[in-house]
Structure formats: structure tokens, C-alpha cells
Design a protein around this ligand. Sequence first.
Ligand code: ZN
Ligand code: ZN
Length: 425
Amino acid sequence: MNLEKIVASLNPCPCGRTHTFDTKVVEIGSGITVRTGDILREAGFQDRILLVADRNTLRAADGVLESLTNAHFTVKQLIYEDLKSACVEQVREIEALCADVDGVISVGTGSLNDVCRVAAYEMKKLLCIFATAPSMDGFASDTAPIIENNFKSSWQAAQPAVIIGDTKILVKAPAILKSSGFGDMMAKYIGLVDWKIAHLLIDEYYCENVAAITQEATDRIASLADRILEDSEEAAGAVMEALIMTGLAMKLAGCSRPASGAEHVVSHYLECHKVIQGIWPDYHGRKVGVATVYCNRLYRNLAERLEEIHCTKDTTDWDAVYAHYDEKMHADVKRLNTPTITDLVDPAKLEAAWPEIRKIIFETLPTQEKLLDLMHTAGAPVEPSEVHVSDAFMMDAMQYHGYMRYRLLLTRLLPMMGIKMEDYL
Ligand SMILES: [Zn+2]
Ligand SMILES: [Zn+2]
């Protein structure tokens, strides 16, 4: 992937920002595991390195340790049994091991990358992500979702200097992880709508060139829907590349807007509530995919059925909001809603902007039929029951997720529009 060319093509940008990223090398190719050590040396990694993996990912990445040893690295290892959630405890554990190394290599995907990215940022260490599955889009991101006190929020993280994806390994990833990556990518359509709406209503920063990168990567993945589960290194490599591009887009924009909207917050709501009950919340991209199906249906229905809207100040029933969050989460919910994001939205402006919002929805989102077809083709779940969530729990998530963030989402505007969500789902 020619990173210099991407950055050069963006600058100067009409959005007014100079776009940069810290990632120096992205290598995706067949059988490149044996070159891992050399790639790291070329990227400036010094002798002592901490390798973080779990038993499954280390097995999948057969040959990586040998390659590091051959390139004369001294490798310290932290191998988890099976790391399924990214919690602050693991971040601290990695940080403690980081003190006497020069760099970190995270072998795996998802939570394993998240904890390493935050630890590397806080300890100022060079980071390499060696991806073992095309299961989510956080590889190149500079933020990571971390759970602390049962509350999941976005932490500042290191953008990896190096990302390696051996297509021989990626293609062997379990189908459940591949379709998870697909669901995470379809979410970008909703993310782009929410970003454009926030720009329109509260003048939030927006860059059309960065949005175009996400759009292109997402369209490319959509066109590969029927090849996601195929045993094809070429398809696995293309998916990996698109997942990395949306991560880079986040860094280029300096926020997660290009890659996530209401659907990611819905997924975080489900996750937080499950974690509190001690239940493993399922793979990120699977929940996000189901939430995307719900948000797409809601957004398309609103745009199709409402030619005009009549708005008031936010009519949120705050007692109902708090009743939907565990007491342990109340302080965070209060902090994120004092002030609350809709304070910035003028009801008259929202009314006047509705035709433009409808246009954004029609232009950006696939029809519900098309989305469902793509998800089925790629083997991605579309029903809450497929990710172990009841219909009622999903409905709660749709109604109350918006209070977990100080962030404008179309879902969060419904209490200003006098709309009952269930009528449009
Ligand atoms: Zn720009
Ligand atoms: Zn995601």
C-alpha cells in the first residue's frame, strides 16, 4: 500500500487541515510472515521487542517468532489464554512489561490490538500489528475502545508504525471472523450519514476527501460480498486493505467519524450491558453489523415517510434514560450529558435542514433490501438473536445508546422530532 501517495494526494485539502498519519508501512501479501523481522528492522525497530498474542493467534501466525529471532530481536512474550475483551487491566499489564523494550508487536486482531495500541501510546513505544484475521477495522486507528469500570469508551492510542497481513493466514481465519469484518465495514454507511448531519446541523468538522476514502473502501467491500467466505487469498487481501483504509481515514480526520456512527454506539450499549452481567458480548463486527441493519432501516424509513418534520427542544425523559443504565454507569452518563449534545441543535434549523438530511440518507445508504442481501451473501448476522440479544434488549439499545456519547447522531435527534422510534423500526 503506497501510503506516501495517499497523503500527497490529500494535501493541500479544501477542509483546511493538513492530513497526516504515523503508519509508515502496510505490507499485505502471500507468505510474508517470514519477512516480519526484516520489515520491522527496516521500519526502525530496535533489538528488544514485546510480543503480545493469545494461544489461538500465535498458532495462526506460525513462523512469526522464528522470523523475529532470525532478525536478531530479543523477544519477550505475553501470551494470553484467550483475550476476548479489551480492559484497562490488560493495558496496565502490557505497560508494566513495556518499560525495558523498544517496541511492541501485537499478533492478533480486535481486543489484542486495542490493548497494545493504548499501551504503546502511553509508553511511547513503536508498534507493529501483525493481523491474523480481517475481522474489524481498527488496525490503523489511533483510538481504541477500552472497558474501565464496566464502561466502554474511546481511548487515545498509538497508530501502528507497521501493519502486516499475510494473506495465507488471513484466508484461513474462521468464517465468523471474516463475516464480522464485513459487518464492521457496512457500518460505515451509517457513520458517513451521521457525520454529514453533524456537519450540517452543528458545523462539526467534516472533510469530503476523507469521507470519500471511507466511501470507496466500503463500496469495494460491498462489491466483494460474495467472495468474503471464499477460500481466496486475493479476496482476503482486498478486505484487509479496505479495513486498514477506514482506520487510516480516522487518523486523517482526527476523529472516529469516518468509521463509526450510531450503530457503533448501539453495539457499545449492548456490550456494556452484557459485560456488567459477566456475559461475553460476541465479536465486535457481528454486533455492529446487526446494529447497522437496524439503523439503516430506521434512517431509510424516516427519510422515506417524513416529508417534513416539526421540532421542539429535546424532550428526553431523563428518568427513563437512567433507568436503562446500571447504577455503576450513572456518573459517566451524567458527565456525557452535562451539557447534552442536543443543546447545540436549534429546532428551527433542524426543521429547515430536513430535506437536506433526507437527501444525505438517500444518497449514502443502501436500500434495506440491498443491505440485507449483502449481509446474507457475506454470511453476516442480521437478527439480534444471532448475536444473543433479545428483540427487547435491542430496542432498548436503539432508544438509549445516544446518551453514552457527547456526539450528534440522527438517533439522538428523535426526541426533538417528536418521533417514536418503534414506529419506524
Ligand atoms: Zn481534508
Ligand atoms: Zn468497528
